[in-house]
Write a protein that binds this ligand. Structure first.
Ligand code: ZN
Length: 332
């Protein structure tokens, strides 16, 4: 960084020297005064670098603002006063970019880079329901089933049994609930569920620019009681075949770490639209609300995961029952 400051200073000095020559200022002592001023100005710039970065450069890195600032720039000579307060409008008055900005830009984008890793490779919605009728909306979040009469509190991402699942963000494993069966030995509920605790800020930074796909068919952004400003959130991976064998409750994982494998445990047993039921909630468990009707309560303290999972195009062939069953033969 120091080298860059030095380089910029020398460039400015060269320009100023040329200016002094032009104006016929040849007296050494006069030139020294000017050069001293340049040194002082650059010391000032260096000292204020952090402040500069935080207060002026970073917010100015939006192109619209860059353009506006450029438009305001006049072609008048720069005075000493603004020589030591480099503004964005200095960007190209002399036809060259102020060196600070690209550097700050790199910093800026590094800071803003999202941690988000998809919960599984090539995430796509489940296309079919359990009897191979096209019902893409069934896997969405909100009042999306039975014509709005039934809610669905997660996102169903198509996944053959045994598809690797990954931590979407840096997280702590806070729970692994194993499948409960009814008296007839049938799986109920969400089956094996792995729960990761993540930082609120990390999730907020991972919000994508998805526009809801089925707003007219009951898909909603979030449940009534959900609050996006919470300190922590919980990612819930449901119907898993199993977690990664060595993973324990209490372990920390990084975004992108393998955490388990999809399955059809719980009430998804033997479905021909195998999927990861993925949830983002405010509590590790017990996310039902109590103050609304049962279908609203079910959505409870959850948000639509499609606002974070970057869903890809649906591969119709891959999701066909025949294909699914063929592949499953090799898995079970
Ligand atoms: Zn589901």
């Amino acid at each position: 960084m120091d080298d860059l400051f030095e380089e910029e200073k020398q460039q400015q000095k060269t320009l100023i020297e040329a200016g002094l020559d032009e104006w016929g200022i040849t007296q050494l002592y006069q030139r020294d005064i000017v050069m001293k001023k340049v040194d002082e100005a650059h010391e000032h710039v260096k000292k204020n670098w952090q402040l500069e970065k935080a207060q002026r450069i970073k917010p100015s890195l939006w192109w619209q603002q860059v353009a506006q600032a450029q438009a305001q720039t006049t072609s008048t000579e720069q005075s000493d006063a603004n020589a030591n307060t480099p503004k964005l409008s200095n960007l190209s008055t002399d036809g060259k970019a102020w060196f600070i900005h690209p550097v700050a830009m790199i910093d800026y984008f590094n800071i803003e880079t999202t941690l988000w890793h998809e919960p599984l490779k090539n995430p796509q919605r489940t296309l079919y329901n359990s009897v191979e009728i096209e019902k893409k909306v069934n896997g969405a979040f909100g009042f999306v089933r039975n014509g709005g009469a039934k809610s669905h509190a997660g996102l169903d991402i198509f996944a053959d049994i045994n598809t690797p699942c990954y931590a979407c963000l840096d997280a702590k494993v806070v729970g692994y609930i194993t499948e409960v069966k009814d008296r007839d030995g049938k799986g109920i509920g969400y089956g094996n569920v792995l729960i990761l605790k993540v930082k609120g800020e990390d999730l907020r930074n991972s919000r994508n620019d998805t526009v809801l796909e089925f707003p007219k068919n009951g898909e909603i952004e979030q449940a009534e009681d959900f609050n996006i400003n919470a300190e922590h959130f919980y990612l819930r991976y449901c119907h898993l075949k199993d977690k990664r064998a060595d993973l324990k409750v209490g372990d920390k994982v990084k975004a992108g770490d393998l955490i388990g494998y999809t399955g059809d445990t719980g009430n998804a047993e033997d479905v021909v639209n195998p999927h990861l039921h993925f949830e983002i909630a405010m509590n590790p468990r017990y996310n039902r609300s109590t103050v609304y009707d049962p279908q609203t309560n079910k959505l409870g303290y959850k948000i639509n995961p499609a606002l974070f999972v970057n869903l890809q195009a649906i591969d119709k062939e891959k999701q066909k029952q025949k294909e699914v069953l063929n592949r499953r033969k090799n898995e079970k």
